[in-house]
Design a protein around this ligand. Structure first.
Ligand code: UDP
Length: 238
């Protein structure tokens, strides 16, 4: 078995909150635990990862406090690179070969984003972590997750969420009648203004027929299970 192109390939989106354990900066034990779950899957699945940076800076928030939006967005993108390096470190401690590719060139810490090279890494069983978002202000790492998933031909994009285990009919923290949805179409998600991912990202997945799985980080082994293809949480399709 094996050989290029025959294994399942996923794009996992880890938002910044996954790294901070709810706080500012990086919480090493939290990152170690996530890395361990990813490491458990890499013999069977090709794993590419897009990391967020909300545990450091969000451009929109900084610009509300008076900063220039683009410069603030670059700060946000640089934050994601720190998360990449933390994740790379714990993955390598767990014995997994890992490459970080950054959309903003910084040769000392990461490779440049070169899609065909990323695909080669995946075929060789290396985990590829994409940092610095798209390298463009006014974008989000959710949109980058959809774009990278499409460009490396991932089978699915997996959105790991903290504090919620899927998509609900209403906010489950506020509305006791909210029900979890096992499946959902992109049209419904867009119509209901469901904010599991930004609308640009959702539209991109819809237009290109890319399946998204929204699942909670919290359950035992959930990250491993989602990577392996268990239908946890909510599956969004066209
Ligand atoms: N960002 C950006 N362009 C990108 C990706 C990210 O400008 O292509 C900036 C933006 O300011 C964003 C911040 O980086 O607020 C952190 O990313 P994001 O908010 O998507 O992280 P997450 O919410 O997943 O932690």
């Amino acid at each position: 078995t094996g050989g290029p192109g025959s294994r399942r390939r996923v794009l996992l989106k880890l938002s910044g909150e996954v790294f901070g354990g709810g706080k500012l900066g990086v919480d090493p034990e939290t990152v170690r635990a996530v890395a361990g779950q990813i490491a458990a899957t890499v013999d069977d699945v090709e794993v590419a990862i897009v990391v967020g940076g909300g545990n450091f800076f969000r451009g929109a928030e900084l610009s509300q406090s008076g900063m220039d939006r683009s410069r603030a967005d670059y700060m946000g993108m640089l934050g994601t690179v720190m998360n990449c390096l933390a994740l790379q470190d714990f993955l390598e401690q767990a014995g997994v070969e890992t490459r970080v590719q950054s959309a903003i060139t910084m040769g000392q810490v990461a490779e440049a984003y070169i899609p065909r090279r990323a695909i080669r890494h995946l075929e060789k069983g290396r985990v590829v972590i994409f940092g610095a978002g798209a390298g463009l202000p006014y974008f989000s790492t959710d949109t980058v997750a959809a774009q990278r998933a499409l460009e490396v031909h991932a089978d699915e994009v997996l959105m790991a969420k903290s504090g919620v285990d899927g998509v609900y009919t209403a906010d489950p923290h506020r509305d006791p009648t909210a029900e979890k949805l096992d499946t959902l179409s992109y049209d419904d998600a867009l119509r209901r203004d469901i904010r599991v991912m930004d609308q640009t990202a959702m539209t991109m997945c819809k237009d290109n027929d890319l399946t998204m799985v929204v699942f909670g980080m919290e359950g035992e082994g959930n990250v491993s299970r989602a990577i392996r293809g268990e239908k946890l949480g909510t599956v969004i399709t066209r």
